[in-house]
Design a protein around this ligand. Structure first.
Ligand code: URA
Length: 433
C-alpha cells in the first residue's frame, strides 16, 4: 500500500477500507508514515468527512494502537462517563460516587484541564495528598473496595491519538467531527468499561458551539461505541451558561461536596442526576426513571458522599477537606465584580468565564503551566437573574493583584445585561441511545 494512494482516495471523496485504515494507523504510530503525508490525509478527512462505519473502523484501530485496559480484575459491571469539556463542570465528582453507591463500578481515567475548560484530575489534586498515579492492582483494589477510583491516563493508552492530536493541533484539523469522535472514543474504548455515557456539551463554553454540531458529534460517538459492542448513550447538555456557581479547582470540589450533601446548585444537581441515571440504566439497574430514583436516594442518604470520601482516603487524600471544605486555603487576593447597571443577565460568554478563571490562575494556557488550586470564581448571578446596579455579579480569587485585575476584566466582558427577562434555556437538550 502507498500512503499517497490513500490520500488521493480520500481527497476525491472515497471511503477507506478497514485494511487501509489499519495499515495507515499502524504505519503512522510506528513512525513509518511521515507527518507531511498524515497532515494531507487529515486535511482530506476534514473536507470530505467519513462514513459512520469508516469512522468506527478508524477508532477501533486507534484504540488498539497501544495498551488496552483489561478491567476483568474488577468485579461487576463497569460504567464510565466522558464530558466533552466545559466551565464549572465538576459532574464526575458527583456522578461517579452516586453510581458507585448504587452498586455499579466506576474505574475512571480522567484528564487535566487546558485552556478555558477544567479537568477532573486538577480538581482532585486540590485535595492535599490525593494521588492520581497508582499502579494497576491498587487501582483495581480501590474500585473493588470503594466502588470507584479516578486516576490519570496510563502511559501507553492510544499512542496513535497522542500523535494524531498533536498533528491536528498544528494543521488546523482539530475541528472535524469524525476526527474528534474517533479521538475521544478510542480512549474510552481502550479504557475498558462495559457502559459509557457521553456528556456532549453545547453552547458558548463548549467545544461544539451549536446544537446541530453537538448532535452530530453525539450521534457519531454513539455509533462508534455500538460498533465496538459497548453500551453507549450520549446526553446533550447546556454549556451556554457555566454549570453551578464555582469555577476553579478547590472551589469546585467544595461545590461538588455541597451537591453530594443535597445543598448544591440545582442545575449541577440535575445534570449530575441525569448522567448518573443514564449510567445506571445502561448498566442494567432498571429503566431511566427507576435509575434516577436510585441516584436521588444515593444523594439523600449520604451513601454517595461516603463513597467519594472513601476513595479520597484510599488514594492518599485528606478527607477532612471534604468534611470541612472551609479548610481549603483561601487565595491571597479577592475582588467582587459589580453590576455596571440594573438588568437581567441576558447572555454569558461562557468560554470568556473559563478564560477569566484561567487568567486568575485556575487553569493552564499551555500543558506545562502550573495551577493555583485556590484561584477561581464564584458566580452570584447567572443567565436570567436580575441584578441592581452595584450589586455583586461574582467574586474572584487569585494569588496576586495583576492576575485578579486580568481575570476581572475578562469576566466583566463575559456578562451581558438586558432590560427584559431572557427566555429560559433547557439544561438537557437530547439523549441519543
Ligand atoms: N478531546 C479529545 O480527546 N479529542 C479531540 O479531538 C477533541 C477533544
Amino acid at each position: 500500500m502507498r500512503m499517497v494512494d490513500l490520500i488521493q482516495k480520500k481527497r476525491d471523496g472515497g471511503v477507506l477500507s478497514g485494511e487501509e485504515l489499519r495499515w495507515m494507523v499502524r504505519g503512522y504510530a510506528a513512525g513509518e508514515i511521515p507527518d507531511y503525508q498524515m497532515s494531507a490525509m487529515l486535511m482530506a478527512i476534514y473536507f470530505q468527512g467519513m462514513e459512520p462505519e469508516e469512522t468506527a473502523k478508524l477508532t477501533l484501530e486507534m484504540a488498539e494502537s497501544g495498551e488496552t485496559a483489561d478491567l476483568s480484575g474488577i468485579k461487576g459491571v463497569k460504567a464510565d462517563k466522558h464530558s466533552t469539556g466545559g466551565v464549572g463542570d465538576k459532574t464526575t465528582l458527583i456522578v461517579a460516587p452516586v453510581v458507585a453507591a448504587c452498586g455499579i463500578r466506576v474505574a475512571k481515567m480522567s484528564g487535566r484541564g487546558l485552556g478555558h475548560t477544567g479537568g477532573t484530575l486538577d480538581k482532585l489534586e486540590s485535595i492535599p495528598g490525593f494521588q492520581i498515579s497508582i499502579d494497576r492492582q491498587r487501582f483495581f483494589d480501590i474500585v473493588n473496595d470503594c466502588g470507584l477510583s479516578v486516576i490519570g491516563q496510563t502511559g501507553n493508552l492510544v499512542p496513535a491519538d497522542k500523535k494524531l492530536y498533536a498533528l491536528r493541533d498544528v494543521t488546523g484539523t482539530v475541528n472535524s467531527i469524525p476526527l474528534i469522535a474517533s479521538s475521544i472514543m478510542s480512549k474510552k474504548l481502550a479504557a475498558g468499561s462495559d457502559c459509557i455515557v457521553l456528556d456532549v456539551k453545547t453552547g458558548s463554553g463548549a467545544f461544539m458551539k451549536t446544537l446541530e454540531d453537538s448532535r452530530r458529534l453525539a450521534g457519531e460517538m454513539v455509533s462508534i461505541g455500538k460498533h465496538a459492542g459497548r453500551k453507549v448513550a450520549a446526553v446533550i447538555t447546556d454549556m451556554d451558561v457555566p454549570l453551578g456557581a464555582a469555577v476553579g479547582n478547590a472551589l469546585e470540589v467544595a461545590e461538588a461536596v455541597r451537591t453530594l450533601k443535597g445543598k448544591g446548585p440545582k442545575d449541577l444537581e440535575e445534570v449530575s442526576l441525569v448522567l448518573a441515571a443514564r449510567m445506571l440504566s445502561l448498566a442494567g439497574k432498571g429503566d431511566f426513571e427507576a435509575s434516577r430514583k436510585m441516584a436521588e436516594q444515593a444523594l439523600k442518604d449520604g451513601s454517595a458522599f461516603a463513597c467519594l470520601k472513601k476513595m479520597v482516603q484510599a488514594q492518599g487524600g485528606d478527607s477532612a477537606y471534604l468534611e470541612e471544605p472551609e479548610r481549603f486555603p483561601a487565595a491571597s487576593c479577592s475582588a467582587v465584580l459589580e453590576a455596571p447597571e440594573e438588568g437581567f443577565v441576558s447572555h454569558m460568554d461562557t468560554e470568556g468565564c473559563g478564560t477569566a478563571a484561567m487568567l486568575l490562575g485556575a487553569g493552564r494556557a499551555t500543558k506545562e503551566d502550573s495551577i493555583d488550586y485556590s484561584a477561581g470564581i464564584l458566580l452570584y448571578r447567572k443567565y436570567g437573574d436580575f441584578v441592581h446596579k452595584g450589586e455583586p455579579l461574582a467574586a474572584l480569587y487569585a494569588a496576586d493583584e495583576k492576575k485578579l485585575a486580568e481575570g476581572k476584566e475578562r469576566l466583566a466582558r463575559s456578562y451581558r445585561l438586558g432590560k427584559t427577562s431572557p427566555a429560559a434555556r433547557p439544561l438537557i437538550y437530547d439523549t441519543i441511545l
